[in-house]
Design a protein around this ligand. Sequence first.
Ligand SMILES: [Zn+2]
Length: 261
Amino acid sequence: MRKFRRYTTVTSDKAFTLIELLVVIAIIAILAAILFPVFAQAREKARETSCLNNMKQLTLAYLMYIQDYDEVFPRRDNGDADIIPVVRDPTPGDSNGVVYSYYKNFGILTCPSESDRAQWVDPNNVNALQPAMTPYWSSAWFGWKAAWGWGQTYGYNGLRDPNYPSQAVNRRPLSAINQPAKTILLAHSLGPRGATWGAGWFIEWQPDALAGFFVPITDKHFGGAPVAFCDGHAKFVLQKVAHANNQEPRDDNPDSMWSIQ
Ligand SMILES: [Zn+2]
């Protein structure tokens, strides 16, 4: 009898009360609230690394092109889609961009953090892309987004704006780049969204103009973006550093051609 009583006493001492259970649940909830954002940040950091890797591969494609063409950077565009450097043009009779044959993989054109742009790029079937923005465009230019650079997030420092003509590297000989390790070649760009043309396939020195035609470098990855340089190396750069006034290209100083100081 005594034995039995002791047994019941012990079990009642070890049972959890409702309060104890609630405390345990609350602690688990607090830990989850702390950890889940950390997991999300870790995933975003992984995407940033993947973005940097994409850009590095595209940089190598540009450098291979440059070696094959007398060390001259490809031109960005003269209003003809055929010569935007990285595109594949599915229109019969039109030619691909000059850099296209050096990478041949649309998968590396889009940052994994920008899946809304990535959906426009199907590396396995460029002729069956999602239709463009309006029924008119989709019927007239099936695959237009990839052909013209939609779906790209890596901008070429190739636009010679009349206000900043010294910034761009396009069509310059490599020997004319005085600081290749500091001069920008490509960057994850902040393409204008909802525009009828002009996606992320170029970057332009215009820190104050964040919409429309002008395309600065994005702050998508923790306030900055991967940037590739004319010597072939690539690294993460904060947007505010890339856009700081001391980086402003100046015609009277060729060394200042959009370089990260
Ligand atoms: Zn990115």
